[in-house]
Design a protein around this ligand. Structure first.
Ligand code: SF4
Length: 221
């Protein structure tokens, strides 16, 4: 099985950008452009709250750890888990300082509400696949917590989702190695895109990206 060198690792969280728009991922991770907008600022604040680094506590029989660094040599990625909950379970893994064996379950915090695309599920599944590789265990599910609805949604890590994670990282590595930013296609996603001003003038060769976006979306509808 192919293994990536650490210097070639990509940011795990980039998979949510890639799933949203491959061009957005390339602009951020290859061309290093980043425009803070409302969505990303709010997202970062929620992440800072969830990422109380090195924090581990035990509530009843569940050990909870925040900001746990994870990586995968086979996928060539590194990142952090917002929260990993370890449930006492027979046949689980050993934890130092805690008696018994435990089943790890990743939990990712999101600002908004569940979306009609699978970017969040892909990110969570990628975290679980890293944990599986690091801890030599199986993780069948995780949870996405959405701030707007204030509850968690269960995500099952089936083979289809896992394949999409592996395929996405493989394509991201290929694009990164070729230093290739794909051409953009104006979609409804562009309305909530943090890079609309950097991206669309390049697409449209016109000064007002917002006007261009508005016109194209109206034509599309
Ligand atoms: S503006 Fe649209 S095409 Fe450009 S990066 Fe954002 S989502 Fe992708």
């Amino acid at each position: 099985m192919k293994e990536y060198k650490e210097e070639d690792f990509l940011m795990l969280s980039g998979i949510q950008h890639y799933a949203f728009c491959a061009r957005q991922w390339a602009l951020i991770h290859i061309e290093q452009q980043w425009e803070e907008n409302y969505f990303t600022v709010m997202g970062n604040i929620m992440h800072e709250n969830a990422h109380d680094k090195d924090f581990t506590e035990k509530r009843k029989s569940v050990v909870i750890t925040r900001g746990m660094p994870v990586f995968s040599r086979t996928m060539g990625v590194r990142g952090d888990c917002d929260v990993v909950e370890f449930y006492q379970s027979e046949g689980g893994i050993l934890l130092s300082n805690y008696p018994g064996t435990y089943q790890p379950i990743p939990v990712e915090y999101k600002r908004g509400k569940p979306k009609d695309h699978d970017a969040d599920a892909l990110q969570l599944c990628a975290q679980a696949m890293c944990l599986e590789e690091m801890l030599v265990t199986d993780i069948p599910k995780g949870f996405l917590y959405y701030g707007e609805i204030r509850r968690r949604i269960e995500v099952l890590f089936d083979e289809e989702l896992r394949k999409k994670v592996r395929d996405s990282f493989e394509k991201m590595h290929q694009m990164f190695a070729r230093n290739h930013t794909p051409k953009g296609k104006v979609t409804k996603s562009c309305k909530a895109c943090s890079l609309v001003e950097q991206c669309l003038p390049k697409l449209s060769k016109k000064s007002s990206a917002i006007a261009y976006l508005q016109r194209n979306l109206e034509e599309e509808e």
